[in-house]
Design a protein around this ligand. Structure first.
Ligand code: SF4
Ligand code: SF4
Length: 207
């Protein structure tokens, strides 16, 4: 874990969390979440670095890429790997199942709520995954969803009046017309729906 991201001074040195926490579901390799890759030398790196899987070449966690994310989020310390799904503009905090409540501690939950409260075109929603269980983080509150089946869509609602704002989320199947019409930013005075298809695999970049 010695390679450094081109736009960041951070490196993977001493960390192999993505090779344990993240699932891989590729045609040539599958690994469940929270199972250490057979090629991983824990805390050191990838035992097949030059020949590592294609998906591993592509991956770099958000902590390495974005130095505005606090030092406490270092995956080997936090046991949380932050990933970004560009297809759905979703920030995913994938948590080590051996530390299922670590994300509820400060500064993690505070940062998650702050990110949820300040959506950008690239990051419109924030979810926590512990194994397959999904919890969507709202600027105010959260909702436990549980596992999402392949193809299922999570609609997120923001309803705002002059007096209060409330958030909610609901799982629907792809055939549901709300799923196909739901891409976009939260609407004020909703319900405004966001589509969220969680990535089935984020894929460690390397060990
Ligand atoms: S990319 Fe993987 S190994 Fe590197 S810091 Fe992130 S979680 Fe750790
Ligand atoms: S980089 Fe990929 S192949 Fe290497 S240990 Fe990590 S998950 Fe396994």
């Amino acid at each position: 874990m010695s390679e450094t991201a081109a736009v960041s001074t951070r490196s993977c040195t001493g960390c192999t969390e993505c090779c344990h926490i993240l699932p891989i579901a590729e045609p040539d390799v599958e690994k469940p979440a929270n199972v250490t890759c057979v090629n991983c030398i824990v805390g050191v790196g990838c035992g097949i670095y030059e020949a590592r899987y294609h998906v591993c070449h592509r991956f770099m966690c958000r902590w390495v890429l974005d130095e505005t994310i606090g030092p406490a989020w270092r995956p080997v310390d936090s046991h949380i790997v932050l990933t970004h799904d560009s297809d759905t503009a979703t920030l995913v905090a994938q948590v080590d199942a051996a530390y299922p409540n670590t994300w509820r501690q400060s500064p993690f939950i505070d940062d998650l709520r702050a990110w949820a409260a300040s959506p950008t075109p690239e990051c419109q929603r924030v979810v926590v995954k512990v194994g397959d269980d999904v919890t969507i983080i709202f600027p105010i509150g959260e909702k436990f969803i549980g596992p999402l089946l392949p193809g299922q869509t999570l609609l997120v609602y923001k309803i705002q009046t002059n007096f209060w704002t409330v958030y909610d989320a609901k799982v629907v199947d792809p055939a549901d017309p709300r799923a196909t019409n739901a891409i976009g930013r939260p609407r004020v005075a909703g319900p405004g729906a966001l589509r969220l298809d969680l990535p089935e695999s984020a894929g460690p970049r390397r060990g």
